[in-house]
Design a protein around this ligand. Structure first.
Ligand SMILES: C[S@@+](CC[C@H](N)C(=O)[O-])C[C@H]1O[C@@H](n2cnc3c(N)ncnc32)[C@H](O)[C@@H]1O
Length: 377
């Protein structure tokens, strides 16, 4: 292993540092989750990762750094990107690369919140969708017992590396390559299902594979949903308070839809790209846009009718939007912003989420005056 030059005292200090940082940011974590972070090391799962600087990713390995610098980064409360456009940091050349992160070790404080919401008990049968580095799977093994944990990811390379590192760290869960959209029927039913990649709607397989009374924690529509499976087959719950930008669950061939270049209109707008990123507003905007709308940075694209809106913030503080396709998508965002202010900026944790056995999934909100609204997912 590349980390032999760190002694036990250094590694213990690093784990205590990370657990303390996680605890400082959250007043509600259960002691079991904090104890898991104190006991499970992160460094064996990220012997190499990409450091990001201005959109460029540069691979960094333990042996590239002097002293405890690498250890400090690995045990910081930060995301560690391990794969960019399918190129894993383990085997990457020294050159910097542009591209999209396709696998990473999630922000530890977010992992902690999700694990806390999952309320894993010893003996629970757990399915994780998105093995990535294997670090979260190791924490799940600590909490549930390794023989009860199944974790899946989309490439053989990712699962083979994670399986080997879990083994090295003393855990032997089931680690398999599978499309997360199908869950993993082989180990179902599960008492707990956790996804570490985002979906717009919960795949039916996750609902089917969750045992009655079980819990599902997953990023849905840009926020982390926590649902309980009810005896009648529905699953219902709420969203966690914190923003969570997860890489999406990618299924089948990755076809990146072409954004049409031809612009049919443009105008000034009072809603900037920064506003769209506001952690409070982004969730509200997301549920008001049709489920077929996807976002790449400042560009919204409705896959159903080809409408595109691209917002641009100017140095003088104004913003404009370039439009193409049959309808003005940005109108939806502007109207959503007005209603968000009218409703006094509702927070994501005030919304409910429900998924029915017939594929009906929706987000609900009840205003203080008792008026209820629903949006389909
Ligand atoms: C944020 S990373 C997971 C972090 C991981 N839990 C850890 O502790 O390192 C998201 C993962 O979701 C995986 N993923 C994306 N689409 C998937 C799919 N269809 N099936 C299974 N895994 C998928 C990615 O390959 C990536 O490894």
């Amino acid at each position: 292993m590349t980390t032999a030059h760190y002694d036990d005292a250094q590694l213990l200090r690093a784990r205590i540092g990370l657990a303390s940082e996680i605890e400082r940011g959250s007043a509600v974590l259960s002691s079991r989750v904090v104890e898991a972070f104190l006991n499970v090391p992160r460094h064996p799962f990220v012997p190499a990762f990409y450091r990001e600087d201005g959109g460029l990713h540069r691979p960094w390995r333990a042996e590239d750094s002097a002293g405890e610098a690498w250890l400090r980064e690995v045990y910081a409360n930060q995301v560690l990107v391990t794969e960019v456009d399918g190129v894993h940091a383990d085997g990457a050349g020294p050159e910097e690369r542009h591209g999209v992160a396709t696998s990473s070790s999630t922000l530890p404080s977010l992992m902690a919140d999700m694990l806390d919401a999952l309320d894993v008990r010893p003996g629970n049968r757990v399915l994780e969708i998105g093995t990535g580095t294997g670090y979260n799977a190791a924490l799940l093994c600590h909490l549930a017992g390794a023989p009860n944990v199944t974790t899946i990811d989309r490439t053989e390379q990712l699962v083979a590396a994670a399986r080997a590192r879990l083994h090295e760290a003393g855990f032997e869960p089931v680690v398999v390559r599978a499309d997360g959209a199908d869950g993993y029927p082989g180990g179902a039913p599960y008492d707990r299902i956790i996804a570490t990649c985002g979906v717009r709607r919960l795949p039916q397989a996750w609902l089917d594979q969750c045992a009655p009374g079980g819990l599902i924690v997953a990023p849905v529509g840009g926020a982390v949903a926590r649902l309980a499976k009810l005896p009648d087959g529905r699953a219902a719950g709420r969203f966690l308070h914190r923003p969570a930008a997860f890489m999406p669950l990618r299924s089948g061939e990755d076809v990146r839809p072409e954004v049409p270049e031809r612009q049919t209109g443009g105008r000034l707008t009072g809603i900037s790209a920064r506003e769209l990123d506001d952690p409070g507003f982004s969730f509200w905007a997301g549920i008001h846009l049709a489920p077929t709308v996807i976002r790449h940075g400042p560009t919204l694209h409705d896959l159903a009718d080809g409408s595109v809106a691209r917002v641009l913030d100017h140095p003088d503080g104004s913003s404009s939007v370039a439009l193409s396709g049959p309808r003005d998508l940005w109108h939806v965002v502007e109207a959503a912003h007005r209603s968000w202010l009218d409703e006094n900026r509702p927070r994501r944790e005030w919304f409910t989420v429900e998924a029915g056995p017939e594929g009906h999934q929706f987000v609900g909100y009840t205003a203080p005056d008792g008026t209820s609204s629903h949006w389909n997912l």
